[in-house]
Design a protein around this ligand. Structure first.
Ligand SMILES: Nc1ncnc2c1ncn2[C@@H]1O[C@H](COP(=O)(O)OP(=O)(O)OP(=O)(O)O)[C@@H](O)[C@H]1O
Length: 251
């Protein structure tokens, strides 16, 4: 099967600072790919190139190629709204909108023109179920989402991302603000989601990468040092720099 995302020779500058150096990577469909590496090595930057979130940063320059289902997403004429609907994102800190649980989920579908209450009800339930939070919130859908716990808020944000029916979910350290129980719920959920979605996750937690990911990419100073099956990267890294990092010798 062709990879769902194919990146070739990607360079990225923030002004004069080059944050990514000739990164190439193929990401297979319906799998979990983890990005690891020390702080500032470019993991989040690289993640955000995949749905053009960096376009929002002034002074960014990007060269190289990112293909989603074979199409160059940086080609002129790309519909960035459609791209971000297909490739959704979940951030480090849960960021629900200050509105009801129901409206948080219905927001995206409404902006895409869905008005029917029955259809929205169905989408809200399906998305909340998909993010393993339905049972906890089904009796309080009209309550403000900010009243949920941090872990619940993060699952709500995952549900919100699922509501527009994406193919890929980019997750930027989605558990780093959560307690261990909420973390393990999100990890379980992520593993369930890969049946239907392609997941790319940035994590500082190497055990998390080992527990949930199929493939791992190790970044250092804006360079992709090693990328392979998670088991191989952690048990028999090909590169000395990977080995030094995973054994805690630096970073
Ligand atoms: N909006 C920005 N403007 C300028 N420089 C930036 C911006 N965002 C990131 N950088 C720089 O780009 C480099 C890569 O940052 P990035 O956030 O991608 O790293 P990271 O590996 O995700 O780090 P962390 O693990 O700490 O989140 C860093 O040197 C950072 O300072």
């Amino acid at each position: 099967m062709d990879p769902i995302l194919q990146v070739k020779d990607l360079d990225l500058w923030y002004g004069a600072h080059q944050a990514l150096h000739s990164v190439s990577m193929d990401i297979p469909e319906k799998s979990i790919t983890a990005f690891i590496g020390p702080s500032g090595c470019g993991k989040s930057t690289f993640l955000k190139t995949m749905n053009r979130m960096n376009d929002l940063v002034p002074g960014v320059k990007i060269t190289g190629e990112v293909r989603y289902r074979g199409e160059d997403i940086y080609a002129p004429g790309t519909d960035v709204c459609r791209l971000r609907r297909e490739i959704g994102m979940v951030f480090q800190k849960p960021n629900p909108f200050p509105m009801s649980i129901y409206d948080n989920i219905a927001y995206g579908p409404r902006t895409h023109g869905i008005r029917s209450k029955a259809r929205l009800d169905e989408l809200v339930e399906r998305s909340l179920r998909g993010a393993a939070i339905w049972d906890e919130v089904k009796d309080r859908l009209k309550k403000n989402a900010l009243g949920l716990s941090g872990g619940q808020q993060q699952r709500l944000c995952i549900a919100r991302a699922l509501a527009v029916e994406p193919a890929v979910l980019l997750m930027d350290e989605p558990t780093s603000a959560l307690d261990p129980i909420s973390t393990s719920r999100i990890e379980e959920l992520t593993m369930e989601l890969k049946e239907r979605y392609t997941i790319v996750i940035v994590t500082h937690n190497m055990q998390q990468a080992v527990r949930i990911s199929d493939r791992t990419a190790f970044f250092l100073l804006g360079e992709l040092v090693e990328y392979g099956a998670t088991e191989q990267v952690f048990s028999a890294p090909a590169e000395k720099r990977t080995e030094d990092y995973i054994t805690g010798r630096f970073g």
